[in-house]
Design a protein around this ligand. Structure first.
Ligand code: SF4
Length: 226
């Protein structure tokens, strides 16, 4: 495990072999926004919010899953990076309207907070067929409002890697993609019981505890805190 020196926004910094650009940025106090990332889980690199510019790379790279290499030159806030992050947020927001716009809990939605930070207004992109799913709250352990889901896959990874259950997965393809339990079983069946780990990791409130318990506040990375 040797030291790997890179240039991060013009400053020489070093990290250990195997660290990602995001790891090193966080170590150095350089903020890179994330949405589908959790330090507890394997990186998925699906949201594109944490992209950075790496000299010589053909395209922007996801900092959450790109490991550092000696001599790497990284820009975390170039005009190209900021435009790409903003577009990524706008695209997700365009498909994340519906109840969230009027929901009092929208302030707990990490996507809305990122949109606010990036000063993203009304989405420029029109979704041809907005995804709308009825809210499901008949399971006493976990409720689902998939109209708020951004397919970040935090819940599926938490279900696999932390709960060790492998109940949740992304089902179907393209526009029909959605988070399913087992073989797209209704939630009121016994497929999902009381671990609630997926709820803790959902950044948008698409998964929630359907009880009269007081709402738990959200941490900066979107996880719910007790
Ligand atoms: S349900 Fe929540 S955690 Fe799961 S993919 Fe959708 S937004 Fe992400």
């Amino acid at each position: 495990m040797g030291d790997v020196k890179i240039l991060l926004d013009g400053n020489e910094v070093s990290g250990r072999d195997g660290m990602t650009i995001l790891d090193v940025a966080q170590q150095e106090g350089v903020e890179i926004p994330t949405l589908c990332h959790s330090p507890d889980l394997s990186p998925a690199g699906v949201c594109r919010v944490c992209v950075v510019e790496v000299e010589g790379a053909r395209a922007l790279v996801g900092s959450c899953h790109t490991q550092i290499a000696a001599g790497m030159v990284v820009l975390t806030r170039s005009a190209k990076v900021l435009a790409a992050r903003r577009a990524a947020v706008e695209l997700m927001l365009a498909d994340h309207t519906g109840p969230c716009l009027t929901d009092a809990n929208a302030k707990n939605c990490l996507l809305h907070r990122l949109a606010s930070d990036a000063q993203v207004g009304a989405p420029r992109f029109q979704v041809r067929r907005p995804r709308y799913y009825p809210k499901e709250d008949s399971n006493p352990y976990v409720g689902r409002d998939l109209s708020k889901c951004i397919l970040c896959r935090l819940c599926t990874r938490a279900c696999d890697e932390i709960a060790g259950k492998g109940v949740l997965a992304v089902g179907y393809r393209g526009f029909r993609s959605k988070i399913v339990a087992d073989f797209d079983e209704p939630l009121q069946t016994e497929v999902c019981r009381d671990c609630g780990v997926c709820i803790d990791y959902c950044p948008t409130g698409a998964l929630f505890k359907p009880s009269s318990e007081p709402a738990r506040s959200s941490s900066r990375d979107g996880r719910q805190e007790p």
